[in-house]
Design a binder for this molecule. Structure first.
Ligand code: NAD
Length: 246
């Protein structure tokens, strides 16, 4: 067990990649707080993780509200005594074309994908510094390296996630807090699973490893970065994308 005795918060932990990360961390012995946007979806996720008993709990802070985030993370610390790992994973994608892009839609993407990543990192780091260290892992995207031909707020937000990752790694190293990012390729979450076969097949052919990624592929990278196996890894953006764009 790589995470025995550790406590983690995973934002966007109710489904998709975040749920796979939360489950992997639980399998490896951690206590996990699943953070979702609504308590209803958090409870649905908790229902699927009943076998882990008291080692899993739910929180639903508004990720646009730094005080709610700080209070929720404190609640996790009060319950388990520590906060060792933050999986900063909640995010939304975007598809709008530049000519029709509404500024408020651009702002919404940035608010969740960048501002909330900063708020959560700040709240977690304050606790981690006090206890002597911790690990922050941000979910970036392969588009943070290559851009994307629509929905420019999304790649812009993920470039910013990489910037936060590298900057916070440099700032927080002296407090024994490691900060890394995972940059997934196309991963089989609800959104991708709903695409018609006619769209999926050409996509698969463009991936050198010949398949779409599974949420567990990302969870495994998260596990490595969260564990002591990565004790000298900080400021890294780890691509987990089957070499899709390279
Ligand atoms: P998903 O839509 O299945 O899950 C997104 C999660 O974020 C959900 O748990 C949702 O509740 C949460 N969330 C959304 N809006 C929220 C809000 N306003 N407040 C709080 N939580 C909110 O998506 P996913 O594919 O699992 O994505 C997880 C992360 O992975 C995101 O950061 C996404 O950008 C990134 N990513 C996904 C892919 C992919 O192919 N699926 C590829 C690259 C990067």
């Amino acid at each position: 067990m790589l995470l025995q005795g550790k406590t983690a918060v995973v934002t966007g932990g109710t489904r998709g990649i975040g749920f796979a990360i939360a489950k992997k961390f639980l399998e490896e012995g951690a206590n996990v707080a699943i953070a979702g946007s609504r308590m209803e979806s958090v409870n649905k996720a908790l229902d699927k993780l009943k076998e882990y008993g008291d080692r899993v709990m739910g929180i639903a802070p508004d990720l646009n509200n730094p005080q709610e985030i700080a209070d929720a993370f404190q609640q996790v610390k009060d319950r388990y005594g520590r906060l060792d790992i933050l999986g900063n994973n909640a995010g939304v994608s975007a598809r709008d074309r530049l000519y029709d892009y509404k500024p408020e839609d651009f702002d919404k993407t940035i608010a969740l994908n960048v501002n909330a990543v900063f708020y959560c990192a700040q709240a977690a780091a304050r606790i981690m510094k006090e206890q002597g260290g911790g690990v922050i892992i941000n979910t970036s995207s392969m588009v943070s390296l290559y851009g994307q031909a629509a929905g420019c707020a999304y790649p812009a937000s993920k470039f910013a996630v990489n910037g936060l990752t590298k900057s916070l790694a440099r700032e927080l190293g002296k407090d024994h807090i490691r900060v890394n990012a995972v940059a997934p390729g196309v991963i089989r979450t609800d959104m991708v699973a709903a695409l018609p076969d006619a769209m999926i097949q050409p996509l698969i052919q463009s991936i050198p490893l010949g398949r779409i990624g599974e949420p567990e592929d990302i969870a495994n990278a998260y596990l490595f970065l969260a564990s002591d196996l990565a004790s000298y890894v900080t400021g890294a953006v780890l691509s987990v994308d089957g070499a899709t764009m390279t």
